[in-house]
Design a protein around this ligand. Structure first.
Ligand code: FAD
Length: 262
């Protein structure tokens, strides 16, 4: 379930889905669907067993591809696409044809609306003659589940896989006054930072308003802020944003004290 996110973030979502009476079948391969007048039956294979589920609708929510074949006519102007049908661009969103720019889903990277509009701003500035370039360090990714999931920048899993030294700061919604008042105490904020400088490299949130809270962490990455900056920023009480401040405080306590600690 939601394999793009770390298991500890997905678990609260899984618990909520179960509590809502939703049965999740994972590790299964869809084989075929049979449609009748008012139902549709999906046959699937799980542990070599042929099983099925009958429902009113089947919603396929995976798989998107760039619409660059067919009538766009890229071949007529000699603009090549990759094997995946994507248009290659440089750091100013410029294609190999210098007066043609490409942004959004037809270029590489995550297919997200805010990534597309960000690239549009860079492309417009480049067309206007400015030296603007894309910086993809802080593209937030949100799942509007209950509770919400949000991620920006580097994750702990990615950092560990790449051998990047990190310090992790965590705090939970369970000890946050506003979350308690909202009866939304499930979840936590996790901040991934450099263990010496404290520079924020990434963050993941599962919990209420994660979609809104993630922007503060995107700003921190964009500005090159440290966990100390977040910890020493006065957050109003009682607000959900205090979970970010407390996660940052947690990271500050765990940082390697070199010159900074003297
Ligand atoms: C169901 C769904 C839910 C999504 N939810 C989210 C979300 O919650 N958050 C998020 O960030 N992103 C979401 N996305 C992704 C988001 O919609 C895309 O990343 C975003 O729209 C990409 O913008 P774009 O300008 O690159 O492409 P598009 O928005 O697809 O715009 C391309 C436009 O080009 C037009 N076009 C295509 N071919 C031609 C042609 N030959 N001539 C002229 N015009 C043409 C199309 O009609 C279209 O209007 C979702 C996508 C889907 C499908």
């Amino acid at each position: 379930v939601l394999p793009g996110f770390e298991a500890e973030l997905v678990n609260p979502v899984g618990r909520q889905l179960k509590a809502d009476g939703i049965k999740m079948i994972t590790g299964a391969t869809a084989v075929n669907v049979v449609q009748s007048a008012d139902t549709i039956t999906l046959h699937y294979l799980k542990n070599q067993e042929q099983l099925h589920v009958t429902a009113e609708y089947v919603l396929v929510t995976v798989g998107r591809k760039p619409n660059t074949d067919g009538n766009l006519g890229l071949d007529r102007i000699g603009l090549p696409v990759t094997t995946r049908g994507l248009i290659e661009t440089d750091e100013q969103c410029r294609t190999v044809i210098p007066n043609i720019f490409a942004i959004g889903d037809i270029t590489s990277g995550p297919s997200l609306a805010h990534k597309a509009s960000y690239e549009a701003k860079i492309a417009a500035e480049a067309i206007a003659g400015l030296s603007s370039e894309v910086d993809y360090r802080a593209i937030p990714l949100v799942v509007f589940s209950e509770p919400e999931l949000a991620s920006v920048g580097l994750s702990e899993t990615e950092a560990r896989a790449k051998g990047i030294p990190i310090v992790i700061g965590k705090s939970t919604f369970g000890i946050n006054g506003r979350a308690l008042a909202l009866k939304e105490t499930e979840g936590f904020v996790k901040i991934v930072a450099n263990p010496i400088s404290g520079i924020v490299m990434g963050a993941q949130i599962v919990g209420v308003e994660a979609s809104t809270l993630v922007s503060e962490l995107a700003l921190a990455i964009e500005m090159g802020a440290t966990v100390e900056d977040l910890a020493m920023t006065i957050h109003p009480h009682p607000t959900l944003g205090e979970v970010i401040m407390e996660a940052a405080e947690n990271a500050v306590r765990k940082m390697i004290r070199g010159e900074r600690g003297k």
